[in-house]
Design a protein around this ligand. Structure first.
Ligand code: SF4
Length: 409
């Protein structure tokens, strides 16, 4: 069996994945006429065009699109499905903006508004400290907090919990803190990186089309600013994820163009590790005109994302939003990452998510094994992996400094 090492750019992808994919695909001429140019582009590792993305979107047989995406995933990772052991802590729900899809934000004087002090933040992590290796922290745009609050937060976290990776701040938070502090975003990110910020989670992309943004999240960072902030992060060696919120008012073409914008930046800066598509959850938010996404649409979005984003290593099935059952199905449609243990989450649950927050690793990985995948615990930046071995019923981990990933495994 062939083994390879991983770094923060390759993120565990088999370096021979394109050759493997070529061998896994049937001869191009055996595919339906309308899919043949797509399959040929897949073989050659070319960027699929917007028009090809639309062909995939409109192709009637969802399972065929899922099959192509699944081959693309298997060529990279075999049957292995990644998860991590993490905790979400939201530092404040007070926000100066009022995005229409957001059920989480509160005005400063709202009865249930909160803003964690540094010690309150640390006490949220404390009960999980020995069980997690990542804290995921995003929140509202607090009207009084500038770079100093976040420096203090990250410094104190690293001092107490040096082993915990800090993934924090959506692009709009970066923009807001930079403005509050009178700093260019790149300088802000460098300061926060020195304080302990390890990576950005990718939230706030919504749909990278300013006409849509002006309606659903007026005042947020523009499409160009989202891309520029991630470019800044990548330029200082800070990995990021990227996201898409779909099912509000955007067209399918705008979704596909969104993917192309992310892919273009990735071709330039190579810092995206994972793409996380999630549909709008309508409960408790203020967007009656939203179209909402059905189950098959979520699966198709994941499959099309896998095929369009050939240069972004991972596609996540975001359990907090799409639920465990659709996430499990998504593993057959191109997703290779099953999110994390999470422990606590507010943003999606305020919006109506019913996803369970208290799974053990054993319970979490059952979804992966039920989908005939091999669960692999990863660190936040996909450079260290441990195979989750539950064969003996003792939930033991086996350390693998070099992960082995055979397609036929
Ligand atoms: S999505 Fe973020 S920026 Fe928009 S209102 Fe909610 S917390 Fe504020």
């Amino acid at each position: 069996m062939k083994s390879w090492t991983s770094d923060a750019q390759s993120c565990g992808v088999n370096p021979d994945w394109l050759t493997l994919l070529d061998g896994m695909l049937s001869p191009t001429s055996e595919y339906p006429d309308e899919l043949q140019t797509v399959v040929q582009s897949m073989r050659e590792g070319l960027n699929l065009t917007v028009e090809q993305g639309l062909i995939l979107w409109n192709y009637p047989d969802l399972n065929m699109i899922g099959h192509l995406a699944s081959l693309s995933k298997q060529a990279r990772f075999g049957k292995q499905v990644f998860f991590n052991s993490n905790l979400h802590v939201n530092q404040t729900n007070i926000c100066t903006l009022a995005c229409k899809f957001c059920a989480f934000r509160r005005g400063k004087r709202a009865k249930d508004a909160y803003a964690l002090s540094v010690s309150e933040y640390l006490s949220r992590i404390e009960p999980y400290e020995g069980r997690i290796d990542e804290v995921h922290t995003v929140g509202g745009l607090h009207p009084d907090w500038d770079v100093e609050y976040y420096e203090e937060l990250y410094t104190a976290s690293k001092k107490l919990y040096p082993h915990i990776h800090i993934k924090s701040l959506s692009a709009v938070e970066v923009k807001h803190i930079a403005e509050m502090s009178g700093l260019p975003t790149r300088e802000l990110l460098k300061r926060l990186q020195r304080a302990g910020l390890d990576s950005l989670p990718g939230g706030g992309a919504e749909i990278l089309d300013d006409a849509v943004r002006n309606i659903i999240c007026f005042g947020k960072e523009s499409s160009e600013e989202y891309i520029a902030i991630h470019r800044d992060a990548h330029s200082i060696g800070m990995p990021t994820n990227c996201t898409m919120l779909f099912g509000t008012i955007e067209t399918v073409r705008q979704r596909i163009e969104h993917l192309c914008k992310l892919r273009n930046l990735q071709n330039e800066s190579h810092g995206f590790q994972c793409f996380v598509p999630y549909p709008y959850l309508p409960d408790n938010s203020r967007l009656p005109e939203a179209q909402l996404a059905s189950g098959s649409e979520i699966l198709r979005m994941i499959a099309v994302s896998r095929l369009m984003l050939h240069n972004i290593p991972h596609i996540k099935a975001y359990r907090m939003n799409i639920g465990d059952k659709i996430s499990e199905l998504a593993l057959h449609y191109g997703a290779d990452d099953f999110d994390g243990t999470v422990g606590h989450e507010e943003i999606m649950h305020e919006a109506g998510s019913m996803t369970n927050l208290s799974y053990s690793k054993k319970q979490l990985t059952k979804f992966i094994t039920d989908a005939k995948g091999i669960p692999v615990q990863r660190n936040s930046i996909y450079t260290k992996f441990r195979r989750f071995d539950d064969d003996d019923g003792n939930s033991q981990f086996i350390s693998l400094p070099i992960i082995s990933m055979g397609v036929g495994e």
